[in-house]
Ligand binder design. Structure first.
Ligand SMILES: [Zn+2]
Length: 234
């Protein structure tokens, strides 16, 4: 092992120890995500993770087979932060009303009961679609589109949405922040373009890790890639 490598690991250990003693607990905290300040119940905050969901779609098994052939199964390409969910190898082309299209729209797995496309507003404008902000599964007043795969095409009559900003959490995090499923929290992001994003929908479910989902427009607007701190608050 070189001297440089030794020095690096020593520095990392010292920084970890210093942080641990200052924070007074054994929880791992990312330097980019020092966790939210408590606003509700007692207890220790989970590490807050803020991720951008780039445009993608969810499909039913039936639509998947229309797009990729009879009996086709999704193949995991990259596992997502939430256990059991993945970006699939399969991608499709989305076609809007005036034949405008975006290729390589990734499918997220596993398959669902309803097919749905989640776009940022910038994507929707490019396609010539006027999409509403909706929570997942709410397709009220949403436009449709065509999806094109190697084995065929699917026409969705509705289900193209801008997915409402939201935060996934388990019951203990919900208690920590003093919220229940369907409540709202605000997210403060410190970066070169600091911003407060209001009214994130709290989606509380068992066995869920604390994670905020923004879309690419929101993430880019507040320069999330270079954020130095973020926190959730009421
Ligand atoms: Zn999400």
């Amino acid at each position: 092992m070189s001297t440089t490598a030794l020095d690096c690991s020593l520095v990392q250990r010292l920084v970890r120890e210093a942080l641990a003693s200052r924070l007074g607990n054994g929880h791992a905290l990312s330097p980019l995500a020092p966790g939210g300040r408590g606003v509700g119940g007692e207890g220790v905050a989970s590490k807050l993770v803020v991720n951008v969901s780039a445009r993608h779609c969810h499909v039913t098994q039936e639509d998947l087979e229309r797009l990729f052939g009879k009996g086709h199964q999704l193949t995991p390409y990259k596992w997502l932060y939430q256990d059991g969910f993945f970006a699939a190898q399969e991608v499709v082309t989305i076609i809007g009303p005036r034949h405008r299209m975006i290729p390589n729209l990734r499918i997220l797995g596993p398959c669902r009961d309803h097919s749905q496309v989640e776009l940022a507003f910038t994507d929707a404008i490019l396609l010539g679609l006027d999409v509403p902000v909706r929570k997942s599964g709410d397709h009220r007043d949403s436009p449709g589109c065509y999806l094109l795969g190697p084995a065929g095409m699917v026409e969705l009559s509705c289900g193209v949405i801008r997915h409402e900003r939201h935060v996934h959490m388990g019951p203990s995090d919900a208690e920590y922040y003093g919220v229940k499923n369907g409540d709202r929290l605000n997210l403060r992001i410190q970066s070169s373009c600091s911003a407060v994003l209001e009214d994130l929908l709290c989606r509380v479910a068992p066995a869920t890790k604390l994670e905020v989902h923004l879309d690419t427009d929101e993430g880019n607007a507040c320069d999330l890639a270079h954020a130095t701190h973020y926190e959730l608050f009421k």
